[in-house]
Ligand binder design. Structure first.
Ligand SMILES: [Cu+2]
Length: 505
């Protein structure tokens, strides 16, 4: 037999499953760890924009949108939010006009309420010298945590609730006792008994209502926590088989993730089903960027040469609805000597992060000189465009840069306590798959499988295209602390890995 509490839970859980299904089947997210904000650089028609979206920690919540126009041709910007795809995605509300900064006329700011979980897009409408234009930035809307109720608010609500209960009971009691009395008449013992019976009955009803409400509250709170938990990075089981075979499986503990996503509904991103990063800790002095193959439900990779040690593992995958995830795990590995299994596999080394100092120049083994042109002081929660410059051993701008997996560069950003891992590109933190979806849905005349070719740093139609020796990557560090940045690019057909250390305030 199912108890009342059971029925209550089943009803509400049913709602949760529907909510999860909606979130899952109509959304994209940031494939990162601890770095939920969205950074995007791209074009709204003739206008070149840099968009940063600071997402709220809880939903509903307010997202802060900052738009920076590169040129002097923008008169006004307005923003609104809509679903990325599916029902309602074409019906954006009336846009809010973004405020132009009085200090910097290129800068516009707006606040937008994100009311629902799921895959949303922020629509940026531009008006300026070349007429109106717009662009959509995919924004994942999901709870990162449950906000605790402040004690004072809980106490206040409890006091108000008790007051309401006493009021309800006494009103019903007085009505039952006195309402049939003629004015001025004495209350009979019979009427008093009737009043007390009504009060007792009302107390039971009020008690049941409160019990139901508290039950609802706690189920709702635990389900909210479950939704927040659903979006935590799934755990990865990593083991070494034989001399250099690495096997990766999602942890069975992440039951919901395995059911909703798993390894059998993935699509390729930059031509690979998985982008696997191995980082040697605690020194952060070795990084491997590998591309395992899916075989019999597991990802397998023949490891290339590497130095023994403890490695943290970050695995980026994208599910077939465009939803990107980063799975996390770790493994102790012995010294391995072997050839790379895949031409896109790469690796690099750096000085231990503890002894390194804030650095902006890295000279690689072959003399390639990489400069990170940045402010002397980096601030957390500040959207920035990181500019890089690659020079050959003679100090000349490198003329032989090519695309590495379709991009001018790939950057991996990891905080020294491993609480942040982000894998970003010149177009920003938005995953390619999401960008393709948003572009396809924004222009319904375009078949959804069409790949937009106008993304900065990306041109899949010509993999041997020349790349400028100066390129930029938009990002904002999510919190203060020490970070290691690995920058990967292709020079003269070789994949190079530069490294930097950044102290963020
Ligand atoms: Cu990449």
């Amino acid at each position: 037999m199912i108890s009342l509490r059971g029925i209550c839970r089943i009803a509400i859980r049913g709602g949760l499953l529907t909510a999860l299904a909606l979130i899952f089947f109509a959304r994209t997210a940031a494939a990162h760890v601890g770095s939920p904000n969205v950074f995007y650089e791209g074009d709204a028609g003739p206008y070149h924009l840099f968009v940063a979206v600071a997402v709220p920690q809880v939903i509903p919540g307010v997202a802060q949108i900052n738009v920076r126009a590169r040129d002097n041709d923008v008169n006004s910007i307005s923003t609104s939010v809509a679903r990325l795809s599916g029902a309602g995605s074409q019906y954006a509300p009336v846009p809010d006009v973004a405020k132009r900064s009085p200090l910097d006329p290129h800068q516009f700011a707006a606040n937008l309420w994100l009311m629902e979980f799921g895959s949303l897009r922020v629509i940026v409408k531009v008006d300026g010298a070349h007429g109106p234009a717009e662009l959509s930035v995919p924004v994942p809307s999901f709870a990162q945590r449950s906000l605790p109720m402040p004690r004072w608010l809980g106490a206040l609500l409890l006091a108000l609730t008790i007051g309401l209960a006493i009021g309800a009971i006494s009103i019903v009691g007085a009505a039952a006792r006195d309402s049939l009395l003629t004015p001025g008449a004495e209350v009979s013992p019979e009427a008093r008994r009737r009043g007390r019976r009504a009060m007792a009955f009302t107390a039971v009803v009020v008690g049941l209502i409160f019990w139901g409400a508290f039950e609802w509250w706690s189920v709702d709170a635990s389900d909210y926590a479950a939704i927040a938990g659903f979006f935590k990075p799934p755990k990865l089981e990593v083991k070494l088989v034989g001399t250099n075979q690495l096997e990766l499986q999602p942890s069975p503990a992440d039951e919901n993730w395995n059911k909703a996503v798993g390894f059998n509904r993935l699509v390729t991103d930059h031509g690979h089903l998985m982008h696997l990063f191995l980082l040697r800790t605690p020194a952060f002095d070795r990084i491997l960027h590998l591309h395992p193959d899916l075989k019999d439900g597991k990802f397998v990779e023949s490891l290339p040469s590497l130095d023994a040690g403890h490695y943290e593992v970050f695995a980026d995958v994208v599910s077939n609805n465009g939803f990107p995830w980063t799975l996390v795990g770790s493994i102790d590995l012995p010294q391995i000597t072997a050839k790379p299994a895949n031409p896109d596999d790469s690796g690099g080394s750096a000085a231990p992060i503890s002894t390194a100092s804030d650095s902006t120049i890295d000279v690689l083994a072959d003399g390639t000189r990489v400069t990170w042109k940045r402010d002397a002081s980096l601030r957390a929660n500040t959207a920035t465009i990181f500019e890089f410059d690659v020079r050959d051993p003679n100090g000349q701008p490198a003329s032989d840069l090519g695309l590495y997996m379709g991009m001018a560069a790939h950057a991996e950003i990891i905080k020294d306590d491993l609480s942040v891992f982000a894998h970003i590109h010149p177009s920003g933190s938005v995953p390619m798959a999401s960008l393709m979806m948003v572009n396809a849905s924004a222009d319904s005349s375009q078949p959804s499988m069409d790949m937009p070719m106008n993304m900065p740093g990306m041109d899949m139609s010509n993999m041997s295209a020349k790349v400028s020796p100066e390129f930029s990557i938009p990002y904002g560090f999510p919190k203060p602390g020490r970070y290691r940045i690995f920058l990967q690019f292709k020079r003269a057909g070789q994949i190079e890995t530069a490294s930097f250390t950044a102290d963020v305030h």
